[in-house]
Design a protein around this ligand. Structure first.
Ligand SMILES: Nc1ncnc2c1ncn2[C@@H]1O[C@H](COP(=O)(O)OP(=O)(O)OP(=O)(O)O)[C@@H](O)[C@H]1O
Length: 271
């Protein structure tokens, strides 16, 4: 059951939230996927737009790799992903899987392609569109922001780990948000609470509270810490629904609480 929506139309999307991170590998796509699933479990209609040209991993996380995507009246039609086939997904990964497309997307027209791609997906009616982005800040981010901004004020959620090196990069993300007019909905600290059993130094590298302190200093909300949780990796590797199948694992209450904060901060708008 493919979406039967107007092509090129973001007008039916109530809230657009960009997931940003200063560094790669901090769990941005994981947080994006799990929050989308949590919002869907809360009864919301959710879409994921994956514009992470560096490593579009959402199709893999939702077991949607290799799905055929097609255009209708010039607009991309999202596929249904996740176990219940209720999350709409469009990923640059679908296009990059095609060798000819991959060459074009890595060429000089990349930013123009991103803009066109972002504004040409036919989402239909959605409560939330969660957007996974590449790590860092770049022209590609600007291209996505410029294409999305005409439709709704954009919220941003910044993911970090408690490492000093990662926390430092978040400052750049917050500056990017300020300069591009993105509303920072908050900072999420991922992979928190890790204590290396082998050496004392690791405890200081993964010091607790880095993200919270950063949010406090930057004057933005701190949404919560998601602990390092093998069940999270496992659920994504095995294409299982973490929220439904691992409710007793440590990351579950953290993700549920963050999703609730997003729901509280984004009241339904009159259409
Ligand atoms: N809280 C967590 N507990 C355990 N493993 C995690 C957690 N968060 C993420 N991971 C794992 O860390 C790895 C990297 O996560 P992910 O791909 O989400 O990072 P990313 O920031 O999106 O990376 P990139 O932007 O470079 O693509 C994945 O294997 C994922 O399963």
């Amino acid at each position: 059951m493919e979406a039967a929506a107007e092509p090129g139309n973001l007008a039916g999307v109530q809230h657009i939230i960009l997931i940003l991170s200063g560094k790669g590998g901090v769990g941005k796509s994981t947080v994006c996927t799990e929050l989308a699933l949590a919002l869907r479990h809360a009864g919301k209609k959710v879409g994921i737009l994956d514009v992470d040209l560096c490593g579009p991993s959402i199709p893999r996380m939702l077991r949607a790799q290799g799905k055929a995507v097609h255009q209708c009246n010039g607009g991309w039609v999202p596929v249904f992903a996740d176990q219940e086939q209720s999350i709409s997904l469009m990923s640059v990964g679908f296009l990059l899987e095609q060798p000819d497309e991959a060459v074009v997307w890595r060429g000089p027209k990349k930013n123009a392609l991103i803009k066109q791609f972002v504004s040409d997906v036919a989402w239909g009616q959605l409560d939330y569109l969660v957007v996974d982005t590449p790590p860092g800040t770049s022209d590609e981010h600007m291209a996505a922001v410029e294409a999305l901004r005409p439709y709704r004020p954009l919220g941003a959620l910044v993911v970090t780990t408690p490492q000093a090196v990662s926390v430092g990069d978040v400052r750049r993300e917050l500056t990017f948000c300020r300069k591009t007019g993105l509303r920072v909905m908050g900072v999420v600290e991922n992979m928190s609470g890790f204590t290396c059993p082998h050496c004392a130094e690791c405890t200081s590298v993964f010091s607790r509270g880095g993200g919270e302190e950063l949010a406090r200093l930057a004057g933005v909300p701190f949404l919560g810490s998601v602990p390092l949780d093998p069940a999270l990796t496992r659920s994504l590797e095995e294409g299982r629904d973490f929220i439904q199948e691992f409710p007793n694992s440590p990351a579950f209450p953290a993700l549920a609480a963050i999703a609730q904060k997003i729901l509280d901060a984004t009241p339904a708008q009159a259409s």
